[in-house]
Every structure is written in C-alpha cells, then in structure tokens.
Ligand binder design. Sequence first.
Ligand code: GDP
Length: 298
Amino acid sequence: MFGNLSDRLSDTFKSLRGKGKLSAADIDETLRDIRRALLEADVALEVVKTFTGKVRERALGDEVSKALNPAQQVVQIVNDELKAILGGEARKLAFAKNPPTVIMLAGLQGSGKTTLAGKLAKWLKEQNHTPLLVAADLQRPNAVTQLQVLGEKVGVPVFAPEAGNGTGDPVKVSRDAIDFAKKSQYSVVIVDTAGRLGVDQEMMQQASDIRDAVSPDEILFVVDSMLGQDAVNVAKAFHDGVGVSGVVLTKLDGDSRGGAALSVATVTGAPILFSSTGEGLDAFEPFYPDRMASRILD
Ligand code: GDP
C-alpha cells in the first residue's frame, strides 16, 4: 500500500532538497510531480486539484520563502495537507448519551462489512461495552451464518431472523433488534446491512429504510481500498443515498495504490474512523490521519 506513491513523492522531494531557495518555477515543477503521482495512485481528480491548490498557495507564501530550509518546509506542507484530506484530526466513534449506541454498516457487497461487524464487536467488548450484532444482510447467501460464526468467535450475541439466511424483512429485523437491545440493556448495537456488487437503487432504499428504523448514531461507510477510482462514485452514492458519518477502509493490507484511502474522506466529508488490514479479527484499528500521512511520506 502506498509503495509507489511514497517512492514517487520521495524522489520529488529529493530533487527539491538539492536546491537552496525555491523559485515559483521550482514549486510548480514539484506540484506537477505530486499531481502526477497522486493521479497514478488513483486519487480522484477533484481531490488532487484541491490538494495541489492548497499546497501551492501555502508553498508560494511566506512560510516557505522565509524558512531556513525551504524544501523541508514544502514537505511539511504536503504532510499537513495529506493529513487534512485524510480527515484532519482523528475522530473517535460517537456514543449515544442514552444507550444503546446504534452503529449501522453500509457499503457494497464484498467490501468487508460482515467481517468488520465482528471486529468492531470484539474491539468494543474489549472496552467493556456490551455489543449486540444484528444480521440485517438478508440478501447475500450465508451472510447470517457468517455473522453468527463471527459472533460466536468473539462471544457476542447475534440478533437474526429465526429462519436464518435469506429470510425475513431487514427493516423489521433491525427495528426488533433495537427493541430487544433496549430491553436487554446492550450498550451498542451493530447493524450489518446488505450490499450489492454495484450501486443500486433498491439497496440504497433498503439501507435508508433501515436507517430510518434504527436512527443510528453512526453510519459507517465500509469501503474496499482496492476499489481505486470507483471508490469515489460509490462513496458519493452512499453519502447522497443513505448519509455517511464515518468511513472504514478495508483491505489496506492489499496492494492497492491508495487512491480510495486518499479520496473518500474528502468526497464524503466524513472522517475515516477505522482501518482493516486483514481477514483476522485483530486486523483492525482506529485510524489516525497523521500517522497515515507520515507513512506515505516516510
Ligand atoms: P461483505 O459482503 O461486505 O459483508 O464482506 P465480507 O465481510 O464478507 O468480506 C468479503 C471478503 O473480504 C471476505 O473474504 C473477507 O474475509 C475479506 N476481508 C474483509 N476485510 C478484509 C481486510 O481488511 N483484508 C483482507 N485481505 N481481506 C478482508
């Protein structure tokens, strides 16, 4: 992940470091390199434009011309702006004042929602929450069983339609789950919803019906980092169709070029809250934009 982008940026900065004072032409050349590197990494064009615009404005300003080490200052600016497009300051999961906190997971099929539900449940349980998992993906064959297996592994109960996979009404199951969670005093409810292979009106409608039924405190858009340029359109569709309060990047362990990671926070206006780096239940962590920016510029 980010290997190519990191190398490209590192080369760009190397040639910049050889210079003392930086002219506007030096800065424009650097920006051209950065722009090309980001586009090759599949970062969305609109995000690249905003990013390079901000870097340019600052790089041509006083902070660089007056700096003792102008090249280093440009690197610092790039670092700051990378952090900004990754969402700025890290944000924690929002918990409801009156439990249960309801977390709804939305995203395309295969993005890693069900796996994430298990990881999130485990992580919350380790912090002394009492989570309840809800199987509202009644579309994908086996999604209910998959969640039940995960629930068993992490010791978290799963609320599911009695007849199992592919049966029942996901909106009713979700609503009943919230009633059950209130009665049984679960502190967090994690609702796994159905995805499709591509953006689809019926999926969006179902997700927004579930949203209306459960009034989530967080709607986490789960996105496969390998999605590349498409990630932006999918993110926008979920943002417009369902609403997104936070993003989870999955499959960061893959050899994605990083574009999705660098685009989704900007296009949804929602911060990245977690990242997932493998199939195992522990391959999951809160997301820190500053650490990710440093990793890219390492
Ligand atoms: P869903 O359709 O959105 O519920 O997706 P699943 O949770 O079933 O995940 C789809 C596939 O991706 C499964 O084979 C998961 O094991 C795998 N997967 C999920 N998260 C990750 C991850 O972070 N890294 C890798 N390498 N695989 C993952």
